[in-house]
Design a protein. Structure first.
Length: 352
């Protein structure tokens, strides 16, 4: 598990009840928050995309490559209107030797309730239930009213009321297994946050955020000691609280050691642009691609990096999971990174 140098921890408070899930599928709301996770199982893969409906209920849609079909869940639970969503996943075998019956991919969702407290919702995707409130929820961690969220297991990033960035880490060397500390960085109020691997085996993580002067920044987080260092300051003209997301893939012809990072953001004209780092020359772009045409202005953007975990599960080369999602005329558009180009997979159609 990752280690951290700060000494702050979270303490649980009185748990609050979570609304019971209801049936029905009102559909994705306009400019809904979006988040995505996915994993490989042999030659097959799984994708989960989460969004919010018009009545503030959280739903997710699930894709299994084996069936080549999307399926939509009934309502899961309620979040505050427009709550940020951070979806991630892990394989239970990462935490010990399990039998085939107890080895599965657990999906984790983080969101805000009506009082801007950080909530966790988790479920076993092999089970037909709609999950349950997780062990982080009783800590009632307060966030800023406009805070965004980011997660790549076991890390969660949020913004406090003073606009400071914090991380919560699942690490059972600490009481209750949850660790919370400030990153001593200030972000733009209500701006997106991203966390993706910067190196294989999660040796370093890349935290991307918008600074108070609207500049896009990235921090390297060393997973051995928790130390942070400035990785990049981008010169792109990013609108205030613009939508952005990122994904990481294994660099071709690198013996699976080096990783490439792609950052997608929406400019003031509503165009989705890409900047990327895929060789020793540093960051390139911005550039846009036909696959991003017609994106709704103000859409959320969610990008998928394969679930990985320290030495147990490194990122795999030629992963089919290099995808991003955004809305076009209210519909959910799926695009895929194909080498150096982006192609439209299609608009997602799911059935209950």
């Amino acid at each position: 598990m990752p280690s951290s140098t700060a000494s702050a921890t979270v303490s649980p408070a009185v748990s609050t009840s979570t609304p019971s899930p209801t049936s029905g599928s009102p559909g994705i709301r306009t400019k809904s928050p979006l988040s995505v996770t996915g994993w490989l199982t042999g030659n097959e893969y799984s994708i989960r995309v989460v969004f919010q409906s018009n009545d503030d209920m959280i739903q997710y849609i699930a894709y299994e490559s084996e069936s080549k079909a999307w399926k939509q869940t009934p309502n899961i639970t309620k979040a505050k209107a427009g709550s940020p969503l951070a979806l991630t996943s892990f394989e239970t075998s990462w935490y010990g030797t399990l039998t085939p019956q107890t080895q599965f991919n657990q999906v984790e969702l983080f969101f805000l309730d009506s009082e801007n407290r950080l909530n966790e919702w988790s479920w076993d995707i092999t089970d037909s239930t709609l999950g349950t409130s997780g062990s982080l929820t009783p800590y009632t961690i307060p966030t800023g009213s406009d805070s965004r969220l980011a997660s790549y297991w076991p890390f969660i990033i949020y913004q406090d009321a003073g606009l400071g960035l914090h991380e919560v880490v699942y690490d059972c060397r600490f009481p209750g297994c949850w660790f919370n500390r400030t990153l001593n960085q200030t972000g733009y109020d209500g701006a997106d946050i991203v966390i993706v691997p910067a190196q294989q085996n999660l040796r370093e993580m890349n935290i991307i955020y918008q600074r108070g002067d609207q500049k896009l920044m990235s921090l390297d987080r060393n997973s051995t000691n928790g130390n942070l260092s400035t990785a990049s300051t981008f010169s792109i003209d990013l609108p205030a609280a613009a939508s952005f997301a990122a994904l990481t893939v294994v660099r071709p012809s690198s013996d699976d050691a080096a990783l490439d990072t792609y950052i997608l953001y929406q400019d003031s004209a509503g165009m989705i642009n890409v900047i990327w780092n895929n060789d020793a020359s540093g960051w390139q772009g911005p550039e846009t691609f036909p696959a991003f045409n017609d994106a709704d202005n103000g859409t959320s953007i969610a990008c998928l990096t394969q679930a990985a975990f320290f030495t147990d599960t490194p990122l795999q080369s030629n992963s089919p999971l290099s995808r991003c999602y955004f809305q076009v005329n209210g519909a959910l558009r799926e695009v895929r990174l194909d080498g150096s180009d982006w192609e439209i997979v299609g608009d997602v159609n799911a059935v209950l």
